[in-house]
Design a protein around this ligand. Structure first.
Ligand SMILES: [Fe+2]
Ligand SMILES: [Fe+2]
Length: 475
């Protein structure tokens, strides 16, 4: 029941978002609106039918559907963000639909809603009156309840903090790469200009504070592996490129290349990609073609002007390995390109630390680094690997650690000073009385009066044994 309500709730928020956007473009009589009105109607009427009433309410940053908190899906993120911003701007906190809605009613409602003046405290009343003037009495509207200390926040939504910006870029990029892949699968033209814009935004953020996007790579989404993986590889690559002193232009190229590195997989059958067992020889041969197929796709992009040889080669050689023992096999033994070497490290690390259908329990960040260090020089560029370790730390981001105080924490951010690779910022794992995860950060370089460290890491722990969902702490 709850899962069903949550699914419908996500659907409702998405439809609401789309309808608001469309109605800001067209006037209320425009036929372009009909389809969206009908889709939204279908969703709300299903909900009203099943529950007798439909209340959509916003408290702080969360939406509640008939008092059940809605958790957003990856696809839903943009809609949730958009809708909560729009509601908060208009100081609307709750809408209750008490009876089934009709097309005309919905049309009046949505236009009355979007035409509310921002920041006006009487909006809930004004909206109700407007609806009554159209003989609509079955919709109740309540003002936004401002939780103490939040007054300012409601008005300064424009100045979203870095974390919000990070989340937005992250989820939007996942959505966009999904779109690109879907288009390529359907032999349609894919537009990569949007990817470029997102890469540029990500670069701004990485330059200001790389830990935000690096933290997002902990959101390992099992069902959306391909998309999450491309975005994660891009984040790691950009953070490495930043440390290598790349210009913004080169960083943009690197970001796009990393986003597209596995694009060739869109031409490989699903059964092979998601096969829960070892691949047969033929299947493996097919799989090994993805870098080359990627090159073909990239060269056929409509916006070929956005692509240069450096990027094409990066897609081509990301599995070549440092000693050229990987694939594709080369006739001319030339070294692996810089983009290829960077992406290869990011790619291996992300793949190893993500649960997959054939390996449900992945390596912990620490184990993954250990494997990579063992294979270094043969498989990876040792210098770049060193940079990568500097980036994720000795205790990589997302590691679950036991402290000498017997507390458990999650490595949240590596220390800026390389001297403190073993003393990162740690998020203590704890819950408040309501069972919600608390967010207390401690800095392991902190000392007490006598000059002794307040906390030290004793060892890393396996999050699967402790049933801790690391990703939750990074959102
Ligand atoms: Fe690949
Ligand atoms: Fe990959």
């Amino acid at each position: 029941m709850e899962a069903e309500l949550s699914k419908l709730g996500n659907n409702l928020v998405t439809k609401f978002h789309v309808l608001m956007r469309i109605s800001q473009i067209y006037d209320s009589k425009n036929v372009a609106l009909n389809q969206f009105i009908n889709e939204f109607l279908e969703t709300i009427n299903t909900l009203i039918k099943g529950n007798g009433v439909l209340s959509l309410k916003i408290i702080k940053d969360d939406f509640f559907l008939n008092d059940q908190r809605l958790r957003y899906s990856v696809e839903g993120f943009t809609s949730f963000k958009y809708l909560s911003t729009q509601w908060k701007k208009r100081l609307i906190g709750e809408v209750i639909f008490k009876t089934q809605m009709g097309e005309e009613m919905l049309r009046h409602f949505i236009y009355a809603f979007i035409n509310l003046e921002e920041g006006c405290e009487e909006n809930a009343d004004l909206l109700k009156k407007k609806l009554e003037s159209h003989q609509i009495t079955s919709v109740e509207v309540n003002p936004l309840e401002i939780v103490e200390g939040e007054e300012e926040e409601a008005f300064t939504l424009q100045k979203e903090d870095h974390r919000e910006v990070g989340k937005k870029i992250f989820f939007e990029t996942i959505g966009t790469i999904k779109e690109v892949i879907t288009n390529i699968k359907g032999n349609q033209h894919a537009d990569i200009r949007k990817l470029k814009r997102l890469a540029q935004k990500a670069i701004h953020l990485v330059i200001e504070d790389e830990s935000i996007l690096l933290g997002m790579t902990m959101i390992k989404n099992y069902d959306e592996y391909t998309f999450n993986h491309s975005v994660n590889v891009s984040i790691y690559s950009l953070a490495m490129g930043k440390r290598l002193g790349f210009s913004k232009k080169i960083l943009t190229e690197l970001g796009i290349t990393a986003l597209l590195h596995d694009i060739g997989k869109s031409k490989i059958p699903r059964e092979i990609l998601n096969k829960p067992a070892a691949l047969s020889n033929e299947e493996w041969e097919m799989m090994k073609k993805h870098p080359l197929m990627g090159v073909e796709i990239v060269l056929n992009l409509k916006q070929l002007g956005e692509i240069n040889p450096r990027m094409v080669v990066g897609v081509f050689d990301h599995h070549l390995m440092n000693d050229l023992s990987g694939y594709p096999r080369l006739f001319l033994k030339k070294g692996v390109s810089l983009f290829g070497r960077i992406i290869q490290i990011a790619d291996s690390y992300d793949a190893m630390t993500t649960p997959r259908i054939y390996k449900k329990i992945p390596y912990t960040p620490e184990q993954a680094l250990a494997v990579m260090l063992r294979e270094k020089t043969v498989h990876f560029d040792p210098l770049l690997l060193k940079i990568f370790i500097g980036l994720v730390g000795i205790y990589p981001l997302g590691s679950l650690v036991l402290l000498n105080t017997h507390e458990i924490g999650i490595v949240y951010k590596s220390s800026h000073d390389p001297k403190w690779l073993d003393r990162p910022i740690v998020l203590l794992v704890d819950r408040d009385v309501q069972g919600e995860a608390t967010k207390e950060l401690i800095d392991l370089t902190d000392t007490d009066r006598a000059g002794n460290y307040k906390w030290s890491i004793v060892k890393t722990l396996d999050p699967y044994k402790y049933h801790i969902d690391i990703a939750k702490y990074f959102l």
